[in-house]
Design a protein around this ligand. Structure first.
Ligand code: ADP
Length: 540
């Protein structure tokens, strides 16, 4: 038996992400992006309208360079955009990636200017007139930071986890440098934000870099280095609490230092406060944080137990359906033989009853098949066996099967199968399940006399299958639940009582397993169209 992949199960082997927390972090990332944008924007205003306070926070501190200000405006926008845009929006993401590289190049060129004592003229790209004859070049640290941030944003524009990981390395390096400069400002150690004899990093530049660092890390909290802070297990909780403890120590230490600097208290008093802070944080960790680890461990154990119960149930459903399948199939065969008059003629009443036995038995077989397939999906054991397949035959048999209902409901069924459709490499049984589910839904959920259109055609290297109906449609508010297990929409429950809500769950899982996409468009009381796009190898 192949090892279950755990797909679809509620609890996977790897630490799960706390979705709620991850969503909040992403929202927070947007806030940080806005702040970075605003810092850049105000600095630009400072240069444009010569407002000194926006160019340097205090008269004794370094001024923000025009290139730095403009880069922050862009970085804020890119960060916000990456947060807001969908992962599959390839064009826009490539554009952001390209523009971010330009920022990295700006940083690199500035560094080259410093190292080789050159002047490319890039420092006078913006506000040259306001600078007069001066050159206000960004500090070497800022240049290196822009190189790293530009690279990080470009890596983050990719969907690939591996790229995001490299982006995280770059942004952590940038973040460390920004923090060092920031602490330099707070503790008044100029050496930390200035490399003599060059211009130092401006205070708001350091702040904007720290915000960028946090914003980029929160952009993908479910990946790589930061995953531990958003994970649901014991490690996640411990990591978050230790981080909270560390941040509280930092903040209080800074406050205490500022207090000492302003001559608020003496050295021995300050030392005592340090001691109290460390003791307080450790007491908090011991009595509050680590005590609750036991409770969490208990919860994890009961989750494990639930997981086993869930598995046992799935196994049971799978076994029971398997056992039911054989007798049901024999009932079907024997009724078919009787209906074909192979053992003698039937009178009209006998035929009527036997038709009913046959139809109800088919329903039961369909139900058992649905149960079997959905438990296979839950156990991650949906076995795909691709082979050379003539889809016209597969689709034909699915259409034949639904024919009695089509006639009964007087549905106008239009078939549009591409004449030149070559054989394809796929799993015929699996694809048949999708065809059958989509077509039978269209017929089932369309009132008498309605229209159903079925189309199958090759489009490039894909196969496109479309089923459109003029039926009851799916209410907008419930459309996001259509592919969930056992979902049946409110608008059809009273009209069509027969249904399990498993068909589309199975169809979607199979489409995904085959590397394809299944989606739909629907309007209530107008109709629904389901689309299946499947990448396939054609036997031409
Ligand atoms: P079932 O048909 O057994 O209820 P499915 O998983 O196939 O289960 O479909 C789930 C639900 O989606 C249906 O109950 C119905 O509410 C809705 N649905 C699916 N296809 C259509 C369609 N063509 N028109 C209207 N509603 C549909």
């Amino acid at each position: 038996m192949p090892a279950p992949k755990g797909r679809g199960l509620a609890f996977g082997g790897k630490t799960q992400i706390n979705i709620h927390l991850a969503t909040h972090l992403k929202i927070f990332s947007k806030v940080l992006a806005t702040l970075v944008f605003l810092i850049g924007f105000f600095a630009v205003l400072g240069w444009q309208f010569e407002i000194d306070i926006f160019k340097k926070v205090a008269p004794s501190l370094p001024v923000i360079a025009p290139n730095t200000a403009c880069s922050f405006v862009l970085i804020g926008l890119f960060l916000f955009f990456l947060n807001w845009t969908k992962e599959n929006h390839k064009f826009m993401r490539s554009l952001v990636s390209f523009l971010s590289i330009l920022i990295a190049i700006l940083g690199m060129l500035t560094l080259i200017e410093y190292i080789f004592r050159l002047n490319f003229g890039i420092d006078r790209l913006f506000f040259a007139r306001k600078m007069g004859t001066d050159i206000v070049r960004m500090s070497p640290q800022s240049a290196l930071n822009f190189l790293l941030v530009g690279m990080a944003l470009s890596f983050y524009s990719s969907k690939e986890k591996k790229h995001v990981f490299w982006g995280q390395i770059a942004i952590v390096a940038a973040g460390i440098m920004a923090l060092v400069s920031l602490f330099g400002f707070i503790y008044g150690v100029a050496g930390l934000y200035t490399i003599a004899p060059y211009k130092g990093m401006a205070a708001h530049t350091a702040i904007a870099f720290v915000l960028t660092f946090l914003g980029i890390l929160m952009l993908r909290p479910e990946t790589g280095l930061v995953r531990i802070f958003a994970s649901r297990g014991l490690s996640g909780m411990a990591a978050r609490r230790l981080l909270a403890a560390l941040l509280s120590i930092l903040v209080i230490e800074i406050l205490v230092m500022l207090g000492a600097k302003t001559g608020f208290y003496s050295f021995s008093y300050e030392a005592l406060v340090h001691l109290l802070i460390v003791t307080g944080v450790f007491i908090f960790l011991i009595f509050y944080s680590f005590r609750s680890l036991d409770r969490l461990a208990e919860a994890e154990k009961s989750l494990e137990h639930l997981k086993e119960v869930d598995r046992a149930k799935t196994d049971f459903v799978s076994l029971a359906s398997h056992q039911l399948r054989t007798p049901l199939t024999s009932v079907s065969w024997y009724s078919e033989m009787l209906l074909r008059h192979e053992v003698g003629p039937l009178n009209p009443k006998q035929k009527e009853y036997l038709d009913e036995v046959y139809a109800q038995n088919r329903r039961m077989i369909d139900l058992v098949d649905d149960l079997l397939n959905s438990s296979r999906i839950d156990m991650g054991m949906l076995n795909i066996e691709p082979r050379k397949t003539d889809l016209k035959i597969v689709l034909g048999s699915a259409l034949d099967e639904i024919d009695p209902l089509v006639r009964e409901k007087k549905i106008d069924l239009e078939k549009n199968i591409a004449e030149n459709l070559p054989a394809v490499e796929t799993d015929p049984e699996m694809i048949r399940i999708i065809f059958q589910n989509l077509i039978s839904n269209a017929v089932k959920y369309t009132p008498e006399g309605g229209k159903v259109k079925v189309a199958l055609s090759p489009v490039g290297s894909h196969l496109e299958f479309k089923v459109a109906d003029t039926g009851y449609g799916i209410t907008k508010s419930q459309q996001n639940r259509v592919f969930t297990k056992m979902f049946r929409a409110d608008n059809i429950r009273s009209k069509v009582t027969d249904g399990t809500g498993l068909g589309l769950y199975i169809a979607k899982a199979i489409a995904k397993e085959l590397g394809g996409k299944l989606h739909f468009d629907s309007e209530e009381n107008k109709g629904t169209t389901f689309f299946l796009e499947l990448p396939v190898r054609f036997h031409r």
